[in-house]
Design a binder for this molecule. Structure first.
Ligand SMILES: Cc1cc2nc3c(=O)[nH]c(=O)nc-3n(C[C@H](O)[C@H](O)[C@H](O)COP(=O)(O)OP(=O)(O)OC[C@H]3O[C@@H](n4cnc5c(N)ncnc54)[C@H](O)[C@@H]3O)c2cc1C
Length: 488
């Protein structure tokens, strides 16, 4: 296994791009979402040489639009999917105890015993508490990592979520799950860890055609075509997988979140779980973030037709989320208090079912007719397992000699520390928004950011709030340009 710096920069990209065009690597991975970077890490951890190409930027696709939960899989039991539920709980355990405890915290989640909750919903909530704890126990996750479930008083429920309507409230059911500091941060950390083991992570390189032994690709910065030769190839392009293998039919489902100011909800310290009217398996969640924002999600809408670069939330989806949240609040949140909204497309594999909510969330790993491996479906929480399965198949299919996967106990690298060059600084770039010059600098020098959008939308999440993004766009673009000039 090669030991290298985890730092990604435009200079490293340039030299690795040249090398990739002249050498044959063991594994070429296409797609720099969580699945692709996970596969890059898995393969590099086995001692294989790895090149990953991503058409845009790390975490450009679905991986930055999730609910940011590392969940125990309880919701999969609602559709009888025991294997996925167990796998989720097991992967959550590994992530929270060994792989990324620095990127995940235990999030309390409150199901309020509000007047609108039916008896069926109460019973389902109680059963969920018990079964969720069984999944935790089965995975051997200690209470110190994820506290056990409990009933809480009305007073405690209001402490945890102060904006709840106190009228008729009879307390709540409290459970705990994992929450990422940020989903795109997880992707960047996995990519940097893979780079530290020698993997070449090349953003802004698009695969045009895949073969079993390589790909025709295009450098988006120069328009230059390159032929990358590899002993095995893994297609990890999520909802775009069908564009590289037409035998795959992805059935995208759009999930929308809105972004609120935590202060409008009294500064909650727990997430809120609100069952859809009449349902015991579908919920709206209000999830407090470390930034002080609260994201409220999520929808599940069939999104047929051509896959857009970035999916857009619709007004009816935003209204649906607000309506469900407002059912349990003392004072409704109005549309003009919504600071931003974002939507992601679930890469569900089409199984011919009637609704996307019924399609299995388990992942698919299969060989294509052309001899490359397709990996898609699943979710953020199970990326490590998906990656291991995909690399196992690539190794078997192409007769590579490789060690066993080491990722179950491989800790991800921390965020880069900021440099000490002339542009370093710790103060915010504009008053009232926390992004500092130092953070922009480490995004460019060590996390592979090349544009203001990379910094605002993927290395930090300032971009989730429209007004903040607009204020920062110009100063960040100037700073990024100065840094790129300096790096050369
Ligand atoms: C709304 C929503 C909420 C979710 N919440 C959670 C959650 O809380 N917890 C959880 O565990 N999971 C969650 N998921 C699921 C999870 O987000 C996805 O399963 C996961 O992010 C998919 O990652 P991926 O790497 O397969 O795809 P992507 O992140 O989409 O990555 C694919 C990448 O391939 C690149 N690409 C495409 N074509 C090419 C090409 N030709 N050449 C090179 N690169 C290319 C794209 O630019 C993209 O970056 C959620 C999903 C959605 C939609």
């Amino acid at each position: 296994m090669t030991s290298a710096s985890p730092d990604l920069s435009v200079a490293r990209r340039r030299s690795e791009l040249e090398r990739s065009a002249s050498e044959t690597v063991d594994v070429l991975i296409v797609g720099g979402g969580i699945t692709g970077v996970g596969a890059a890490l898995d393969a590099a951890s086995r001692g294989l040489s790895v090149v990953l190409i991503e058409a845009e930027d790390l975490a450009f696709g679905t991986s930055r639009f999730s609910s940011k939960l590392v969940h125990g899989g309880l919701r999969y039991l609602a559709t009888g999917d025991f294997a996925t539920a167990r796998e989720s709980a097991q992967e959550r355990h590994l992530l929270m105890t060994a792989i990324a405890p620095h990127l995940i915290r235990a999030l309390p989640q409150l199901l309020p015993l509000a007047p609108g909750l039916s008896l069926r919903q109460r019973v389902a909530g109680g059963a969920g508490m018990a079964i969720g704890d069984l999944l935790r126990l089965q995975a051997r996750t200690p209470h110190a990592t994820l506290p056990g479930p409990r009933l809480v008083s009305r007073r405690r429920a209001l402490d945890l979520f102060p904006a709840l309507d106190a009228r008729g409230l009879r307390g709540g059911m409290l459970t705990f799950d994992g929450q990422l500091v940020d989903d795109s941060r997880l992707v960047v950390s996995v990519a940097r860890t893979a780079a530290s083991l020698g993997a070449c992570i090349l953003t802004r390189v698009r695969a045009l055609r895949l073969r079993g032994d390589g790909a025709l690709a295009e450098d988006a910065l120069t328009g230059e075509r390159l032929d990358i030769r590899a002993r095995s190839v893994i297609n990890a392009t999520g909802v775009w997988a069908g564009s590289l293998d037409e035998s795959i039919t992805v059935r995208p489902s759009r999930g929308t979140h809105i972004v609120l100011d935590g202060a409008d909800l009294g500064g909650p310290t727990a997430a809120l779980t609100i069952p859809h009217v009449g349902s015991i398996s579908r919920y709206v969640f209000a999830l407090p973030q470390l930034s002080g924002r609260v994201i409220v999600g999520l929808t599940d809408e069939d999104a047929p037709g051509p896959v857009p670069q970035v999916s857009q939330p619709t007004e009816p989806e935003i209204a649906f989320l607000l309506d469900n949240l407002n059912r349990v609040l003392a004072t409704p949140v109005r549309r003009d208090r919504v600071l931003g909204a974002f939507a992601g497309l679930r890469p569900l594999v089409d199984s011919g079912g009637s609704s996307t909510a019924d399609i299995s969330r388990r992942h698919l790993v299969a060989a294509s007719d052309a001899g490359f491996v397709n990996v898609l479906g699943g979710k953020l929480t199970t990326y490590r397992r998906m990656a291991e399965d995909a690399v196992d198949l690539a190794v078997r299919l192409r007769g590579l000699s490789a060690a066993a996967s080491r990722t179950a106990s491989l800790r991800l690298v921390d965020s880069p520390t900021t440099g000490s060059g002339p542009t370093t600084g710790s103060g915010p770039l504009v008053p009232g928004i926390t992004l500092t010059r130092g953070e922009v600098e480490s995004a460019v020098r060590a996390e592979g950011a090349m544009t203001a959008a990379d910094v605002l939308d993927r290395r930090s999440r300032v971009g989730l709030v429209d007004a903040d993004r607009a204020r920062l766009l110009e100063p960040v673009a100037d700073l990024v340009a100065a840094l790129l000039d300096e790096i050369g």
